[in-house]
Design a protein around this ligand. Sequence first.
Ligand SMILES: C[S@@+](CC[C@H](N)C(=O)[O-])C[C@H]1O[C@@H](n2cnc3c(N)ncnc32)[C@H](O)[C@@H]1O
Length: 220
Amino acid sequence: MDADRYDNMAELLDEQVGYYRAVAAEYEDHLLPFPGGAELSAAIEEFRPTGSVLELACGPGTWTPQLIRHATDVTAVDASPEMLAIASARLGEEGVRFMAADLFQWQPDRRYDVVFFGFWLSHVPPDHFESFWSLVANCLKPDGRVLFVDDWYRTAAELIEGERSSTIRRRLADGTAYRIVKVPHRPEDLERALDRIGWRIEVHSTAGPFFWGAGSRASN
Ligand SMILES: C[S@@+](CC[C@H](N)C(=O)[O-])C[C@H]1O[C@@H](n2cnc3c(N)ncnc32)[C@H](O)[C@@H]1O
């Protein structure tokens, strides 16, 4: 069954948060063994996320140091207190405002020059895609910019509901299983989907299963 038609979407999204809370301590052991990661860092450098930056689903602060290097201030939001604890232990609080929040409920208290999200868009269910991008729009100043990095990789073992479903199963190192959302966006389709909802974003592939996108509202 597709996540769109999941009987209880809230339950699936809670399970997804549960997975990330539980995996936080071993997150680095699950990194994808593919080339292309360096191209994502290069894309961030080229984009130059200057000004006030909002990072959605920051996790353990994988990309936050790179954002801090360019930004005047960074607000980093994630639903997992365990991820946020790792991120703040790594980075300290200086220059970063950490916030624990569920992005499917949260609304910003101010607007930003840049919104960034790493390996998050693929965890947004298809029927939340448009509302998620409305949230991004609400987070941005009128001339604000958006940058994201992500991947489309799913293993055959993860596809418990078949290739066409966006619900997959992930396991912790101890074998505990969780259902999460993983949408295998393809860059050209994603670019078209974003264009249809009013964004001008170029989406680029890298050497491996990674991709990145940068742009702004089409009306800018
Ligand atoms: C794949 S990790 C990406 C972490 C980091 N951005 C990176 O690139 O390594 C997805 C992140 O989304 C967070 N997350 C999952 N569901 C969420 C939700 N509903 N609201 C906010 N964050 C959520 C998880 O806690 C996790 O840190």
